[in-house]
Design a protein around this ligand. Structure first.
Ligand SMILES: [Zn+2]
Length: 301
């Protein structure tokens, strides 16, 4: 070191300048590398560019899931009517006034209760719903709101897909109506490179079997699985879980709900398979962000 310093002192001015210049360049390269590395990790913050942000909004006993990638948005269900203000506020706070795709998975109140209000509050690109109707006032209100605002409706088919930013959304199930209203739920897989989510609505074993039978046509594995039907024992068969192979499960459920969801059997099954499980009743809003290479779960509690 001492020798190097002596060499430096005895160098010609031109050589000194060159050494200082090279040292400066070295520092610059290191700084740029560190800055870029920091920036990559901060890119995973919710709603930043190139990031898919998925929030399971806490709407008590019900579903409402907001997805955004760049300027494109999708809302899967709204929860009961009483939560429409909360869902509205959540989306508006993120600076969105348009919902590109609004999905009414199936016509039960805990999924479409707030639809009429959401349709009134936002510009809706397109509405996805199964080919079933219901006799409830909630359903009538939703249909009236659709008509009043002239929202375009789409009844999807199994296997069709569309884009949400850079993510691909595939319809795994839609309108399987021979069994129960729950089984008519639209099931969606949303995939961004390495990471995928499956949103199941309230499908039961019959629809899960139907999805499994289509396995040859689609890859049904996903890193994150929204557990169907609030963790009820009507759903989440071993076969389905083994095919999806999720690492993370989310259960949308109200605290102390009258259905006693989630079922202990389902919880035990998930824990035995080593699947990290988040409940909206415990964590409130659950946000998952991914850029397709990394994923992060953010909870408020
Ligand atoms: Zn439900």
């Amino acid at each position: 070191m001492k020798k190097n310093f002596l060499e430096f002192l005895t160098m010609s001015l031109r050589k000194k300048r060159k050494a200082i210049f090279l040292f400066g360049m070295f520092i610059l390269v290191i700084s740029v590398t560190i800055f870029t590395a920091c920036n990559v990790s901060s890119n995973l913050s919710p709603y930043s560019k190139g990031v898919l942000t998925v929030t399971f909004i806490d709407v008590g006993q019900g579903d409402s899931i907001f997805l955004a990638m760049d300027d494109e948005t999708m809302l899967i269900d709204t929860g009961e009517k009483e939560y429409a203000y909360k869902v509205t506020q959540f989306i508006q706070e993120k600076d969105y006034d348009r919902i590109g795709v609004l999905v009414a998975t199936h016509p039960h109140d805990d999924h479409i209760g707030g639809m009429a209000e959401i349709i009134r509050n936002f510009t809706i690109g397109k509405m996805y719903m199964p080919d079933v109707s219901h006799t409830t006032q909630t359903f009538i209100n939703m249909m009236d709101a659709i008509e009043n605002k002239n929202v375009s409706r789409h009844i999807p088919l199994q296997g069709e897909n569309f884009k949400l930013g850079k993510a691909t959304v595939t319809v795994l199930s839609a309108g399987l109506s021979n069994y129960s209203l729950n089984n008519t739920s639209i099931v969606l897989k949303v995939e961004l490179d390495k990471y995928a989510f499956i949103f199941t609505g309230d499908v039961e074993f019959e629809a899960e079997r139907d999805i499994l039978s289509a396995k040859a046509r689609f890859d049904i594995s996903a890193y994150v699985l929204k557990i169907s039907h609030h963790g009820s024992d009507t759903s989440t068969s071993d076969d389905f879980l083994d095919a999806v192979k999720p690492k993370i499960a989310v259960i949308t459920v109200g605290k102390d709900n009258r259905y006693e969801h989630p079922d202990k059997e389902v919880i035990d099954k998930l824990s035995k398979k080593g699947i990290k499980t988040y409940l909206t009743s415990k964590k409130r809003n659950i946000t998952i962000v991914t850029d397709g290479r990394k994923m992060e779960v953010i909870t408020t509690k």
